[in-house]
Design a binder for this molecule. Structure first.
Ligand SMILES: Cc1cc2nc3c(=O)[nH]c(=O)nc-3n(C[C@H](O)[C@H](O)[C@H](O)COP(=O)(O)OP(=O)(O)OC[C@H]3O[C@@H](n4cnc5c(N)ncnc54)[C@H](O)[C@@H]3O)c2cc1C
Length: 298
């Protein structure tokens, strides 16, 4: 039987950023422990650079064992050049999160069908055309929020997305668009090369404030602020949202604020070349918080 093409599997076109097999996994690990791991605490939050290991598909498919990765990471502390114990231990912590979510799934299998714990959260938007339009905008990277759109386009084009961006995407879907987290969880499962039931579910539940040790319900990421903080010059945004390539650094995080002249200069008409924001973040945030209070008072 012929293997399905990347296109048939739902990818727009697959950028070969990762090579399969144990040898390639070890090579990738070697690259990481010889450099980026020693700057990981900061580097892991910068989507424009290769600041994390990009080993998740190898862990997912078993072409690299977490035990071996930990041993080699620890060994790197006695290597040549600048090494950082804090950064190495921070990276190992992330591997522990992975193990933790696997334990959660094994001990509490109900998480695949609903919240880990019953907690008061605002109700999701009702099913219907409005919800479907918003969900479609999120899935196709057409929300009018550049950092969200860049993230989704990275996922659709490459099968991977940076962790910081995954958190922003999830918060936006759940708290700004008020769409049930399971819809996002399923979309990620279909498109991530590292799709892993335990890690994906655990992280979505964390973002939805229904998980073991979750993000508090009142904490709502502001996409523009996250973008300014972690992609200040818009390098990551421009890579995946080419219609914003010539927008100034001042406007790249909120291009809908461009004046008519700025739009002409940037070669990008808001509403034509790039969407108007599908929701107003401040209003959506307030609505989410109000609904949460109402729910708690019931
Ligand atoms: C909404 C959401 C969904 C996610 N879905 C998945 C998923 O399906 N599969 C998956 O492997 N990871 C998932 N993650 C966790 C994380 O985003 C990825 O593991 C990480 O981005 C992979 O890139 P890396 O290999 O460069 O990670 P690094 O930062 O180099 O971390 C090393 C390894 O630690 C593990 N790890 C790192 N962060 C986490 C975390 N938060 N939770 C669990 N394990 C972690 C991964 O195995 C990763 O390869 C999700 C995160 C969020 C916020």
């Amino acid at each position: 039987m012929p293997l399905p093409t990347a296109n048939e599997l739902g990818y727009e076109h697959l950028v070969p950023w990762i090579a399969p097999g144990e040898c390639c996994a070890r090579e990738q690990l070697r690259w990481f422990v010889e450099g980026p791991i020693h700057r990981y605490t900061d580097g892991r939050n910068r989507p424009a650079i290769d600041g994390s290991a990009k080993l998740s598909p190898h862990f997912r498919f078993g072409t690299l064992s977490p035990k071996e990765a930990v041993q080699i990471a620890l060994k790197s502390l006695s290597g040549k050049g600048p090494v950082s114990r804090t950064d190495v231990l921070t990276w190992i912590d992330e591997l522990i999160w992975r193990e933790f979510f696997h334990q959660v799934l094994a001990a509490f299998p109900h998480v695949v069908d609903g919240p880990f714990r019953q907690t008061v959260v605002p109700p999701s938007r009702d099913p219907g055309p409005e919800r479907d339009v918003l969900f479609q905008a999120w899935c196709s990277g057409q929300t009018g929020y550049p950092i969200v759109d860049a993230g989704m386009r990275q996922l659709n084009q490459t099968g991977w997305m940076h962790n910081r961006i995954r958190m922003i995407m999830a918060s936006f879907l759940i708290k700004d668009l008020r769409i049930d987290w399971q819809s996002g969880e399923q979309y990620f499962m279909r498109h991530l090369l590292d799709a892993d039931v335990a890690a994906n579910n655990g992280n979505w539940q964390w973002c939805a404030s229904t998980g073991t040790d979750s993000m508090p319900g009142y904490r709502i990421f502001n996409p523009a602020l996250q973008s300014k903080k972690f992609d200040p010059d818009g390098v990551y945004i421009r890579r995946y949202v080419p219609e914003l390539a010539h927008v100034s650094a001042k406007r790249i995080h909120e291009p809908h604020l461009m004046t008519a002249d700025e739009q002409i200069l940037a070669g990008c008409r808001i509403g034509t070349d790039y969407p108007v924001p599908v929701v107003d973040h401040q209003l959506a945030r307030q609505e989410y918080l109000n609904l949460g209070k109402k729910e708690a008072a019931r």
